[in-house]
Design a protein around this ligand. Structure first.
Ligand code: NAP
Length: 251
């Protein structure tokens, strides 16, 4: 019987999720690379399999319960029962409060909060059965408040409460739950923000780096490294924590 663990990483077609998926595969896990469009996962899956790892592409909308349940069934059939989940899928719909629509509010809540709930709920039974599991949720420094992101910051603060409650409920089954709160990470999400505010991405990154104590912006691998720690065997006594991966202190 294979002892290889199976992980599901959501929003793993690109950006932080892709880096996390590759890192977990390097760590020896079989990885379900889940994103809205299965075809968009091809590059991440190829990078993993070319490096000798095991991965499958899974198309699902995390905000849709039926879609998530079907995706998890596919993962069980193709890779094995998942006991690691990284809730990374995310979107932004930034605007100042007075211009923000209810649709922008709901869309952000649906992907981050309902999405993490749907995926974690579908996977927890396999963790409980295995008496072992690791849940990693993507929060953000925006949880502390960020102009133009009243929806996103509320969702990312929500991810922290979600994480802490999972840690309390599931700890007795050998399951840990932790959150990573990244600062500025260079991805398509931050590139889109630069475009929205009309600043070239290189200038946007330089300005951000100037505000960060380690004097650089983050890269997806910075987050992947932290996820790798949280899912490791040795991190079994670390649960309900939020780690700000932001090149400096945040609180
Ligand atoms: P990204 O480059 O925009 O990637 C996000 C991925 O999630 C995309 O592939 C996207 O697919 C997918 N996705 C969106 N909605 C989905 C849904 N309903 N179901 C399944 N997949 C969905 O973002 P990123 O910068 O890597 O961010 C990853 C996570 O880190 C997010 O939770 C984000 O909020 C968080 N974060 C990022 C930063 C940063 O500076 N980049 C900072 C703090 C926190 P499509 O391409 O099809 O939309």
């Amino acid at each position: 019987m294979s002892t290889q663990k199976t992980a599901i990483v959501t929003g793993a077609a690109r950006g932080i999720g892709a880096a996390v998926a590759k890192r977990l595969a390097d760590d020896g896990l079989a990885v379900a690379v889940l994103d809205l469009d299965a075809d968009a996962c091809a590059d991440t899956v190829k990078a993993i399999t070319d490096a000798g790892g095991k991965a499958v592409a899974v198309g699902a909308d995390v905000a849709d319960e039926a879609s998530v349940n079907a995706a998890v069934d596919k993962v069980v059939a193709e890779l094995g029962k998942p006991t690691v989940v990284v809730n990374n899928a995310g979107i932004t719909r930034d605007n100042l409060l007075f211009k923000m629509t209810v649709d922008d509010w709901d869309a952000v809540m649906a992907v981050h909060l309902r999405g993490a709930f749907n995926v974690t709920k579908a996977v927890q039974k396999y963790m409980v059965e295995a008496e072992w599991g690791r849940i990693v949720n993507l929060s953000s420094t925006s949880a502390l408040g960020n102009r133009g992101q009243v929806n996103y910051s509320a969702a990312k603060a929500g991810m922290q409460g979600f994480t802490k409650t999972l840690a309390i409920e599931l700890g007795r089954f050998g399951v840990t739950a932790n959150a990573i709160a990244p600062g500025f990470i260079e991805t398509e999400m931050t590139a889109a923000t630069a475009e929205r505010v009309g600043v070239p991405f290189e200038d946007f990154k330089r300005a951000a780096a100037g505000q960060i104590p380690v004097n650089r912006v983050g890269v997806p691998e910075d987050i992947a490294h932290t996820a790798s720690f949280f899912i490791s065997e040795g991190a079994g006594f670390v649960s309900g924590q939020v780690v700000y991966v932001a090149g400096g202190p945040k609180d």
